[in-house]
Design a protein around this ligand. Structure first.
Ligand code: MG
Ligand code: MG
Length: 246
């Protein structure tokens, strides 16, 4: 999983470097797909099916711009502009094991509202990494993440959550970025060897989202901006290791 994570980290670093005004999200997708192939890994998202979509997901990356939350489809028509924010989600399988990570990238010069959204969301993921260790309940971590976002007046997305990860991209348990009665009733006790994909999705406005008719692209219900950061994180004896850090 460490090796898979390292490939994901390398690809996302490259995309951060080249994502600038004028490039399309399909251009970025091609770079990611090529790098995964060259590293001997399979792009995890390509060909994934959803009960809501007629067609399997066509991209190696999910590319979600501005008010798109997750699962945006890379497109030659989606040319990035100065001031956009782009959430890129990417995963691979290498030798049977998966890595999954996401980052929101500011394109050119980003305004203060979107910059703050990215900073708060990325800090939520840092809080999770600081707090995760054996013996801690996930609800304690999620509560701190949620508080950080809500203090800024933001909405934490409810309809999509993180997940366990291993030989499959999506394994149990579900890993929400907020505390609910459901979580408290079926909490996750963190233990050595558990590997989670922790992925806060945060909206400037309402936490409500909807899915576009293509069955994939998830957007904020109020069209305000959204950010997404994700790492694959392994619990160790005394803390946790981020497997997808650059
Ligand atoms: Mg992901
Ligand atoms: Mg994930």
């Amino acid at each position: 999983m460490r090796d898979a994570g390292a490939i994901v980290a390398k690809v996302l670093s490259k995309l951060k470097e080249i994502a600038e005004p004028g490039i399309s999200t399909l251009d970025l997708d091609e770079v990611a797909f090529g790098m995964a192939k060259e590293a001997g890994a399979d792009a995890l998202f390509r060909g994934v099916r959803s009960p809501h979509a007629k067609k399997p997901f066509p991209g190696a990356i999910c590319a979600s711009v501005n008010h798109e939350v997750v699962h945006g489809i890379p497109s030659a028509d989606c040319i990035l502009k100065d001031g956009d924010i782009l959430s890129v989600d990417f995963g691979v399988r290498l030798n049977g094991y998966c890595g999954d990570s996401a980052v929101t990238i500011g394109i050119g010069k980003v305004g203060p509202e979107r910059q703050k959204l990215m900073d708060v969301t990325s800090h939520m993921l840092e809080i999770a990494v600081q707090e995760c260790r054996p013996g801690v309940l996930w609800s304690q971590v999620a509560g701190k993440m949620q508080k950080h976002a809500e203090k800024a007046g933001y909405g934490v997305v409810r309809d999509f959550v993180g997940h366990g990860i291993g030989t499959e991209m999506h394994e149990n348990p579900k890993v929400p970025n907020f505390v609910s009665r459901e979580l408290l009733g079926d909490d996750i006790m963190l233990a050595e060897g558990l590997v989670l994909a922790i992925e806060p999705m945060v909206n400037v406005g309402t936490h409500s989202v909807r899915t576009l008719p293509n069955g994939w692209t998830v957007v904020t219900a109020d069209k305000k901006s959204s950010a997404h950061f994700e790492h694959t994180v392994a619990m160790t004896k005394s803390g946790c290791d981020v497997l997808t850090s650059a």
